[in-house]
Design a protein around this ligand. Structure first.
Ligand code: VG1
Ligand code: CO
Length: 536
C-alpha cells in the first residue's frame, strides 16, 4: 500500500522517526529506489548513515531487501556509520551502482526527532531530480517489497564479510578510505609541521558522524593534541542538540573563538559530516566568503596546485566566489540549491570547487559537500601561508571587495501561511522593478529557473530573486529539508568594492535590506513572526 508524501526534498526523504517507524514505510521507499535505480546485474550497494536513532533498524532491513533485490554485494560502514562524503567516496572507489545514506543531516535526532534516507547514484552524488521524481512516482504505485527472511543477522559492528541469501555483506572501516583520500589531497607534512609550531584547532563534531574521522585525521595523522576534537563520539540523539554548525547551535565554539583562549581555527560539522563552519580567532567567516577564500587559495594544496577548472555556487550563495572566478579567468556556474545540481558539472570536468551558503563546500574529489575537506583545506592554507584567518579574510576583501551576507530563517511556519507568502510575492514580481524601498530601488525580480548546461534538464521555481540597482540582493525561498510546517529562508547580500566599507558590522550593513525584505514579502503579516528564528 503506497504512502502519500514520500517525495524527496532538497536532500532525500526526511520525516519524523515516528513516521519512518510505521510498518512498511521505510521498506516502501527503499523498494521504490531499487525499482527505479540504474543497477546493472551483480551491482554493489553502499549503506551507511550518521548514526542517528533508527539507523540500525533501517540498515538491517535495507541489507535484507538488497539481497532479495539481486544486489551481489553491499558495503556497510562499521556500526552503520558512513559520513555523507565518505559514502560518496566509497561508492566511487568500489564501483558501486549507488548507495543509501541514512541521515537527516543537521536536523535533530532521537525517537521524537528526524530521520532520513537519501539515494546516491554511481558517480557518488545525490540522485538528480529525474531520479528522485521517478522514485517518488514509484512510491505512489508500489504494491510489494522484497526481503530475504531468516538466517543469521549481520553483525554490522564487526569488520568482515558474511552472506545474506546469495549476497555478500562486507562491513568496512568507515574512516580509513576517506582519511587516505584526504592525505592524497592535502599537504599533511606542512600541516603536521605547523601543528608542531603551535598552530591550534578546535573541531566540534557535535556528537555526530565526523567524530571518528576527525580523531583519526586531526589527532592521529596530523598530530594535533588530544582534545582538539570536541564532542567526538557519535550519539543517536546528538547529545540532545541540533547537529547544525551555525552560530546558534555551535554557540559554545563561537564563544571560545571570540575569547582570548581561542585557537587559530575553530570549525564544526553537521550530523552527516558534509557541512562546515569556519571561524578564526575573533572572526566568523561566512560560508559564502569561505568558498571564495578557499577558491582563491586552493593552489596552496597539492591537489589544486594546477589550478581550478571552474567554480560553482548555489544561487542564494553570495557572489563573492564570482569575483574570484573572474580574477582567475575561470567560469562560474550558478545552480539551484542542493548538491545534486553540481554533479553533472563535476562529472563533465567543468568545475573543481563548489559551495553553498548553508555551510557546504566541496570539490571534485567526491560528489558531495565535505565538511572535513573544507577544514583541511583551511588548515593547509593556514599552514603554508602562516597567516591568521583574520588576515587572510581582510586581505581577501581588500582585493576582491566584501559581500556582507546573512540568511534569516523563519522556522515551522504553518504551511498554508508560508505558501500564501510565496504566492503573493510571485504575483508581485512584475510590479516590483522601479519601486523604491528606503535607499534601495528594485532593478529586477524573478523566480529562478535553471537549465543544466550538461544534460539540458530544467528546474523551475528555485527561489525568488530581487535585485537592486546598487547590486544588493534579496532571495526568498522555502526550505526543502524541514519536517515540520514550512521554513522560509531570506538571503540578504550587499557588496562593497575594494575601496568601500570593508570593516563594518554585518547587521548594520544589511539593515536596509532587512526592512526591504519585509516590505516586499510581508513576512510579519504572513508569518506572524516579528523576528527570524535563526540568523546565520
Ligand atoms: C538546506 C540548504 C541547502 C543544502 C541542503 C542539504 O536545504 O539550504 O543548501 O544543500 O539543506 O544540506 P533547504 O532546502 O532546507 O534550504 V544537508 O547538510 O541538510 O544534507
Ligand atoms: Co548535512
Amino acid at each position: 500500500m503506497p504512502f502519500s508524501g514520500q517525495k524527496p526534498g532538497t536532500s532525500g526523504l526526511r520525516k519524523k522517526v515516528r513516521v519512518f517507524a510505521q510498518p512498511h514505510y521505510a521498506e516502501n521507499f527503499i523498494q521504490s529506489v531499487f525499482d527505479v535505480a540504474d543497477r546493472p546485474i551483480a551491482s554493489t550497494l553502499v549503506i551507511g548513515g550518521d548514526g542517528r536513532f533508527h539507523n540500525r533498524t533501517v540498515i538491517a532491513r535495507a541489507i535484507r531487501m538488497a539481497a532479495a533485490n539481486g544486489y551481489a554485494r553491499v558495503l556497510v560502514g562499521q556500526g552503520g556509520i558512513l559520513s555523507t562524503p565518505a559514502a560518496s567516496h566509497v561508492i566511487r572507489k568500489y564501483g558501486a551502482s549507488g548507495g543509501l545514506i541514512l541521515s537527516a543531516s543537521h536536523n535533530p535526532g532521537g525517537p521524537e526527532e528526524d530521520f532520513g534516507i537519501k539515494y546516491n547514484i554511481a558517480n557518488g552524488g545525490p540522485a538528480p531530480e529525474a531520479v528522485t521524481d521517478a522514485i517518488y512516482a514509484r512510491t505512489q504505485t508500489i504494491d510489494r517489497w522484497l526481503m530475504v527472511e531468516g538466517g543469521a543477522e549481520v553483525d554490522i559492528d564487526r569488520i568482515g564479510t558474511s552472506e545474506i541469501g546469495e549476497m555478500a555483506v562486507e562491513v568496512i572501516d568507515p574512516v580509513v578510505d576517506y582519511a587516505d583520500l584526504m592525505e592524497e589531497l592535502f599537504d599533511f607534512g606542512a600541516i603536521r609541521a605547523a601543528a608542531k609550531r603551535g598552530l591550534s584547532v578546535a573541531f566540534d563534531a557535535m556528537h555526530a558522524v565526523t567524530g571518528p574521522y576527525a580523531h583519526e585525521i586531526l589527532e592521529r595523522r596530523l598530530g594535533f593534541p588530544a582534545g582538539t576534537v570536541l564532542n567526538g563520539t557519535p550519539r543517536e540523539d546528538f547529545g540532545g542538540h541540533h547537529p547544525d554548525p551555525n552560530l546558534v547551535h555551535a554557540r559554545v565554539l563561537y564563544d571560545l573563538m571570540m575569547s582570548p583562549e581561542a585557537p587559530a581555527l575553530g570549525a564544526a560539522s553537521d550530523g552527516d559530516g558534509d557541512r562546515n563552519l569556519i571561524m578564526g580567532r575573533g572572526v566568523f567567516v561566512t560560508p559564502s566568503d569561505s568558498l571564495a577564500i578557499l577558491a582563491a587559495n586552493a593552489h596552496l594544496a597539492p591537489a589544486y596546485a594546477g589550478g581550478l577548472k571552474g567554480i560553482a555556487r548555489s544561487m542564494p550563495t553570495s557572489t563573492a566566489a564570482d569575483k574570484v572566478a573572474d580574477a582567475l579567468g575561470i567560469p562560474l556556474w550558478e545552480t539551484p540549491t542542493g548538491w545534486k545540481f553540481f554533479g553533472t558539472l563535476l562529472d563533465a570536468g567543468k568545475v573543481t570547487i563548489c559551495g553553498e551558503e548553508s555551510a557546504g563546500t566541496g570539490s571534485d574529489h567526491v560528489r558531495e559537500k565535505d565538511g572535513l575537506w573544507a577544514v583541511l583545506l583551511w588548515l593547509n592554507i593556514l599552514a603554508v601561508s602562516r597567516k591568521p584567518v583574520s588576515q587572510i579574510a581582510s586581505e581577501h576583501w581588500a582585493r576582491f571587495g566584501r559581500n556582507y551576507y546573512a540568511r534569516h530563517d523563519y522556522e515551522a511556519i504553518e504551511s498554508g501561511r508560508a505558501n500564501a507568502l510565496m504566492a503573493a510575492l510571485e504575483a508581485s514580481l512584475a510590479i516590483l522593478p522601479g519601486r523604491a524601498f528606503g535607499p534601495l530601488t528594485v532593478a529586477m525580480a524573478d523566480q529562478f529557473a535553471y537549465t543544466d548546461p550538461v544534460d539540458g534538464s530544467a528546474s523551475y521555481n528555485q527561489g525568488v530573486r530581487v535585485m537592486f540597482a546598487c547590486g544588493s540582493r534579496i532571495v526568498f525561498r522555502l526550505s526543502g529539508t524541514g519536517t515540520e510546517g514550512a521554513t522560509l529562508r531570506v538571503y540578504l547580500e550587499r557588496y562593497e568594492g575594494p575601496d568601500g566599507r570593508l570593516a563594518e558590522e554585518t547587521p548594520t550593513m544589511l539593515a536596509d535590506l532587512v526592512a526591504a525584505a519585509d516590505a516586499i514579502a510581508g513576512i510579519v503579516a504572513h508569518s506572524g513572526r516579528t523576528a527570524p528564528d535563526v540568523v546565520t
